[in-house]
Design a protein around this ligand. Structure first.
Ligand SMILES: O=c1ccn([C@H]2C[C@H](O)[C@@H](COP(=O)(O)OP(=O)(O)OP(=O)(O)O)O2)c(=O)[nH]1
Length: 199
């Protein structure tokens, strides 16, 4: 797991956002902390395993995106007959995505971004481990607590704990490091494209 490369990519993205939004010199740490809490909540929402009151506790790991030209029917119709849709050629599922992984990756962006504040990440120990608890629910709670703890004591010790519990959560959710890295690269690129198009 090479976090150095991800920190460098995150730095480029963050500096670009700050420049393009005219936020130079502003302390964005509170916003980043809250953004991480929100994304972590969205990640839990897509995991769903804590919803003991519901029959539907299945993680949202596959979402089908349907062709908009035929509204997912695969076919179009006119007065002469029914034809395969020109947009999708009759295969209306144009892509699938993994909402749970995507929310985890948004969290990773903000965790890296927080580590870049005051160069906190430079004091991380080289041997990062992944820390687990005895359930995914408790890992989510642990990470929420750890974010609060880091907000009180903004130091490398609390930051390292946050990363290590977050890495442990990724494993407990079934993600490999290769999957996480690839998804990070892809979302990082999307975030750049958003800046290109004035998001
Ligand atoms: O300084 C920043 C600010 C944002 N991001 C990234 C993190 C995350 O990948 C994305 C913001 O989250 P999301 O993609 O969910 O955007 P949103 O604007 O919150 O989405 P929505 O409009 O769906 O609420 O921007 C950074 O990397 N650095």
């Amino acid at each position: 797991m090479n976090l150095t490369k991800l920190f460098e990519m995150q730095r480029v993205l963050d500096e670009r956002i700050v420049k393009e939004k005219g936020l130079e010199g502003q302390d964005l740490l509170p916003q980043k902390i809250l953004a991480l809490q929100v994304e972590l909540g969205e990640c839990a929402q897509n995991w769903r395993g804590f919803k003991y009151w519901s029959k539907d506790q299945k993680p949202r790991t596959i979402m089908e995106h349907l062709c908009t030209e035929c509204d997912g029917r695969g076919q179009t119709e006119d007065r002469f007959g029914i034809y395969d849709c020109e947009g999708c050629g009759g295969n209306p599922v144009i892509k699938t995505s993994n909402p749970l992984l995507e929310e985890y990756i948004d969290c990773l962006h903000f965790i890296l971004s927080i580590g870049l504040v005051d160069d906190l990440y430079e004091n991380l120990s080289i041997d990062l481990v992944s820390l687990k608890t005895d359930s995914i629910t408790k890992s989510f709670i642990r990470i929420f607590n750890q974010i609060g703890q880091l907000e009180c004591d903004f130091d490398a010790y609390e930051y390292q704990n946050l990363i290590e519990y977050f890495l442990g959560l990724g494993e407990m959710l079934g993600f490999t490091w290769e999957q996480i890295e690839e998804a990070y690269m892809s979302k990082n690129q999307t975030n750049h494209k958003r800046q290109d198009t004035g998001y």
